[in-house]
Design a protein around this ligand. Structure first.
Ligand SMILES: [Zn+2]
Ligand SMILES: [Zn+2]
Length: 437
């Protein structure tokens, strides 16, 4: 039996365990920076497997580079919850304050460094409780009301653990360094930057990330090896401050943030198009004012911009920041902006896409989609890691591992066919072996 056959056999044999693990992560869904139970379990498993290095706590994310971190009170409450829900007692203390995520490293002598990225966070979605939704019917629906794995990252974390186990068992056949990155807070594109800033992608020659994706029922393809075109994005929380006054008695004494907010919204949507590609802008929320007869003195807005390229995104972002600042000024108010999430646009490397295609077709006997490089919607912060690897001359790709999904991503009825778990383990491990053999 050659190594590819060994990988296939092992992945098929662990199929039941992968499903069990995925359902556990699904049931105890944890939103970004709250993945305390999840991270502690991942660290436990990698340690038990005998990984050379298991990095946790502030060794994973650079503390001050994390974006969109919840309040200390929320983090503390979620820590208590994680402990009560069976977090690993040895590793959970490292996650305190939202220091989630895990990096596992295997040193296998001289050779390239191959990194893989698995995101582990859930979303702020209330999961469907009707029995027609399989997780509810089979008892693994989220017990954490308001948190749900509606994007499949429960599967991604599980695939990472499966990959760890298989690579451990074939480590004698590998030459180089394997790095498994279990990334927190992908939703809202908040986590990858903090991992890159801790230097984990420095010196990496190959990076592979993946996402589960709905398959066409008539098409047997198991994977799309590459992707491009996911939008670069920047997300901001905005606070306007003015001065309150009596709306009837002395309105001239007030500095009205309502006017600053209204001026800025209309002008944000009036930012010109860019010849370099498509762009987006959205003002998602506004909260302002304290009463009918009071000149409003404080307002909060959540906005985001997106661009087809990193440059187009930067154009809209700079324009938006200028509008916010000047809209405040026009009405005697001040404006503060805080970056809450960001991602670059991404493009997979052709050489790596072709390698995955060959490995799947010739060695793993898994069908590859006709279109081997597909356009992505939305935004993905794996782009931060890909860009770091690519700017050092390395190769990176973001694959789509295909499966039957019950509803679109981020929907309360989302679920997927778990056959994708062993398949993805095979694709990752077959490719890593092909690079490091
Ligand atoms: Zn998502
Ligand atoms: Zn996702």
């Amino acid at each position: 039996m050659d190594i590819y056959e060994q990988i296939t056999k092992m992945a098929d044999e662990m199929s039941g365990d992968l499903t069990t693990q995925r359902r556990d992560f699904h049931k105890f869904a944890e939103k970004g920076w709250f993945e305390m139970r999840t991270s502690s379990i991942i660290a436990r498993r990698l340690t038990d497997m005998g990984f050379d290095e298991v990095l946790v706590g502030d060794q994973v994310c650079k503390k001050e580079a994390r974006m969109g971190v919840p309040s200390d009170e929320e983090l503390e409450a979620q820590y208590e919850r994680a402990v009560a829900q069976g977090a690993d007692p040895e590793f959970v203390p490292f996650t305190k304050g939202g220091m989630t995520g895990v990096v596992g490293i295997l040193h296998c002598g001289e050779g390239p460094t191959v990194a893989m990225r698995f995101d582990i966070d859930a979303l702020g979605v209330i999961e469907e409780k009707d029995a027609s939704h399989r997780p509810a019917n089979e008892g693994f629906g989220s017990v954490n009301e308001g948190f749900m794995h509606a994007c499949g990252h429960d599967g991604h974390a599980t695939i990472g653990l499966g990959v760890a186990k298989v690579l451990m068992s074939i480590r004698e056949s590998l030459h180089g360094t394997v790095k498994l990155i279990f990334q927190p807070a992908e939703e809202g594109v908040r986590g990858a930057k903090a991992i890159v800033e801790n230097g984990h992608l420095d010196g990496v020659n190959y990076l592979i990330g993946s996402h589960v994706s709905d398959k066409d029922a008539a098409d047997p393809a198991a994977v799309i090896p590459g992707s491009y075109g996911s939008l670069a994005t920047s997300k901001y929380d905005v606070t306007f401050r003015g001065l309150s006054a009596h709306a009837g008695g002395s309105p001239e004494l007030g500095k009205n943030v309502m006017l600053a907010v209204a001026t800025s919204i209309l002008n944000l949507y009036a930012i010109p198009r860019h010849s370099g590609g498509i762009s987006r802008i959205n003002v998602g929320t506004v909260a302002a004012g304290s009463g009918r007869n009071v000149i409003a003195d404080e307002a909060h807005m959540e906005i985001e911009v997106r661009g087809e390229t990193t440059e187009v995104n930067k154009f809209v972002e700079d324009y938006a920041l200028s509008i916010l600042e000047n809209s405040a000024k026009m009405h005697g108010c001040t404006c503060e902006t805080k970056l809450m999430g960001a991602a670059y646009s991404l493009a997979s490397d052709e050489a790596l896409i072709n390698r995955i295609k060959t490995v799947c077709e010739e060695h793993l006997h898994l069908p590859v989609a006709k279109e081997i490089n597909s356009k992505n919607g939305g935004s993905e912060d794996v782009s931060y890691m890909m860009r770091r690897v690519q700017e050092q001359g390395g190769q990176a790709t973001f694959m789509r591992v295909l499966t039957k999904e019950s509803a679109p991503g981020h929907n309360r009825r989302f679920d997927f066919d778990e056959q994708v778990l062993p398949n993805a383990v095979k694709i990752f491990c077959g490719t890593v072996y092909d690079i490091m053999k």
